[in-house]
Design a protein around this ligand. Structure first.
Ligand code: ZN
Ligand code: ZN
Length: 245
C-alpha cells in the first residue's frame, strides 16, 4: 500500500491536519479537541436557528388555520342569510357569496403552495452522519515517538508523518495495520499488540485496569478506511463509554 497517498492515522476528520489534543467519537473518527467542540457548537446553533424557523412556521400555519376557519364562518353566514331571505337564492345573494369567497382567496392560496416544514431533529450528527454527543467523546492518550525530532531533521515526508507509537511495541502507529483505543482509558495501541496480548488479558498495560471487549474502539484514519466503512461500523456502534466518575 502506498503510505504517502494516505493521510496520517491521527488526521482530524474536520481540518484534515494531524489532530491537536486528539479526541475520538464512538465511530472511531478522530478530531482536534477544538475542531469537534466548534463543530458541536455550530450544530447546536444550527438546530436553534432551525427550531426558531420551525416555530415561526407553526405560528403561521396556526394563523392560516384561523383564517380558513373565518372563511368557513363567512360562508356559513352567507348561507344563513340566504336561508333567511326565503330559500330562493337570488342573484344578489350569489354575488355576495362570491365576493366573500374572492376576498378570502388570496390568503388561502399561498398556504397550499407552501411546503411543509418538518420539525428539526435535536440529535446532532457527526460529519459522517452518526449521532454524536460531547459526553461520549474520548480523549486519546497517544504515546509520542521519541525520535520525532531526529526524524524531522532527516526531512523525510514519511517519517515526519510519524508522530506517535504503540506504547507496548514502540512501533510507529503510522506503520501498523490498525490502531485501537481503549475507551475507558483513552490509551492507544497497535492492532498486533491488541490482538496478541492486550485483548487476551482485557487489561490496559499502561494503567493495569481491566476493560471489556465492548470498550475497544478501532480508530478510523480519515481517508484511509472510508471505502470499507459501510459494513464495518457494527464494532464501533457497540462500544459503550465507561461510566464517568
Ligand atoms: Zn482539526
Ligand atoms: Zn504494538
Amino acid at each position: 500500500m502506498n503510505r504517502d497517498s494516505m493521510k496520517s492515522f491521527d488526521a482530524c476528520t474536520l481540518c484534515l491536519q494531524s489532530a491537536i489534543n486528539p479526541m475520538a467519537d464512538l465511530d472511531g473518527a478522530i478530531y482536534c479537541k477544538q475542531c469537534i467542540y466548534q463543530y458541536l457548537l455550530d450544530q447546536k446553533n444550527l438546530y436553534k436557528k432551525m427550531m426558531k424557523e420551525y416555530k415561526k412556521y407553526k405560528e403561521e400555519e396556526k394563523l392560516e388555520e384561523q383564517e380558513k376557519e373565518k372563511q368557513l364562518e363567512a360562508t356559513r353566514i352567507v348561507a344563513f342569510v340566504e336561508r333567511e331571505k326565503g330559500a330562493i337564492p337570488d342573484s344578489s345573494a350569489k354575488k355576495q357569496k362570491e365576493q366573500i369567497n374572492n376576498f378570502w382567496l388570496p390568503a388561502s392560496t399561498p398556504a397550499h403552495v407552501k411546503s411543509k416544514l418538518k420539525k428539526p431533529s435535536s440529535v446532532i450528527l457527526s460529519p459522517k452522519g452518526t449521532p454524536i454527543k460531547l459526553k461520549d467523546l474520548i480523549t486519546l492518550n497517544l504515546t509520542p515517538l521519541p525520535t520525532l525530532d531526529s526524524a524531522k531533521e532527516k526531512k523525510s515526508t514519511i517519517l515526519t508523518k510519524d508522530k506517535y507509537m504503540c506504547p507496548t511495541c514502540n512501533k510507529s502507529l503510522s506503520n501498523v495495520s490498525g490502531v485501537y483505543c481503549i475507551v475507558s482509558t483513552g490509551n492507544v495501541f497497535c492492532q498486533h499488540c491488541m490482538d496478541t496480548v492486550i485483548k487476551k488479558d482485557l487489561m490496559d498495560p499502561l494503567t493495569n485496569t481491566k476493560f471489556t471487549e465492548k470498550q475497544l474502539l478501532k480508530l478510523e484514519a480519515e481517508g484511509s478506511s472510508f471505502a470499507c466503512r459501510s459494513g464495518n461500523t457494527l464494532e464501533a456502534t457497540k462500544v459503550t463509554p465507561a461510566p464517568r466518575l
